[in-house]
Design a protein. Structure first.
Length: 279
């Protein structure tokens, strides 16, 4: 069966998610040169050779008037060219060989991580960002890195995800208490609502395993409650000429979710990867 990474990237006026996806692809080529990656986008891709396929967003642009571009996320299942797909957010770097993930993921038709890590390698306390999940007893699913195999189970999940995303306000009214109800569509919340509807949480996640997962660089995930709001103003980021990454004194492995949209402009990441790969 075919396997690969798929990323959905739609630019905003002031943020190039396609550029982020290109750097994600560079990091994948550096650490997993045999792994295929495809991008779903309607925007121009500068470094086309980084991708196995460049796929237009199917069924029209449901997020045309949205500032978050969440409304197209359910389409990844239909657009991915692979039998087995790992989905990643654009603002990520792959910092080590993840080929062993595939063997583990073959045990599932769809899989979400339910815990993420700090840059120090410890399990992140996500309560600050997950008040809605805790108050409404939603499963703690993260869509930033997840997996599916083209199958009846995954197709049913994504059909429900389409329905919930397209009617998120109505589903929020039913499943979420008013004081904890977000005012915008969240793909993590929508996926967790689907898991509740289908009663499939135990089939799609496993809190006892340490991977697949990612390092989540949001401030409060690191245990920082005071001071600068941006992690780049709190701790040093270093990338060597062979693209080994440190944050503070900690070597970074796995998947780094850097989260801040000015990260690529503030760091030498693009230059380092382009030099390493001769891109």
């Amino acid at each position: 069966m075919t396997k690969g990474i798929t990323v959905l990237a739609q630019n905003l006026q002031d943020v190039s998610y396609v550029k982020q996806a290109e750097v994600l692809a560079m990091s994948l080529k550096a650490t997993n040169p045999k792994t295929k990656i495809s991008i779903i986008t309607d925007n121009k891709v500068e470094f086309e050779n980084l991708f196995d396929q460049i796929i237009p967003i199917p069924f029209g642009d449901s997020a045309k008037d949205s500032s978050w571009k969440i409304e197209n996320r359910w389409k990844i299942y239909h657009a991915s060219p692979y039998d087995q797909t790992i989905v990643m957010d654009a603002d990520m770097l792959v910092l080590q060989d993840i080929s062993a993930w595939w063997k583990f993921l073959e045990n599932y038709k769809i899989f979400f991580t339910s815990k993420v890590h700090t840059y120090r390698g410890t399990i992140a306390d996500t309560k600050y960002y997950r008040k809605t999940f805790l108050a409404n007893k939603l499963p703690n699913l993260f869509c930033g890195v997840h997996y599916f195999e083209k199958s009846e189970q995954a197709q049913e999940f994504y059909r429900w995800l389409e329905l919930v995303v397209q009617n998120w306000q109505a589903f929020y009214e039913v499943f979420l208490e008013g004081v904890t109800r977000p005012t915008h569509v969240s793909i993590d919340v929508c996926a967790s609502i689907v898991a509740m509807i289908l009663d499939c949480t135990n089939d799609i996640t496993n809190p006892t395993v340490s991977f697949p997962s990612f390092t989540h660089m949001k401030k409060n995930c690191q245990g920082w409650v005071d001071g600068a709001s941006n992690w780049q103003d709190r701790v040093g980021f270093y990338i060597s000429r062979d693209c080994k990454v440190k944050i503070g004194n900690y070597d970074q492995l796995g998947i780094l979710h850097y989260t801040e949209n000015d990260f690529l402009e503030k760091s030498p990441v693009i230059e380092r990867y382009r030099n390493l790969l001769n891109v």
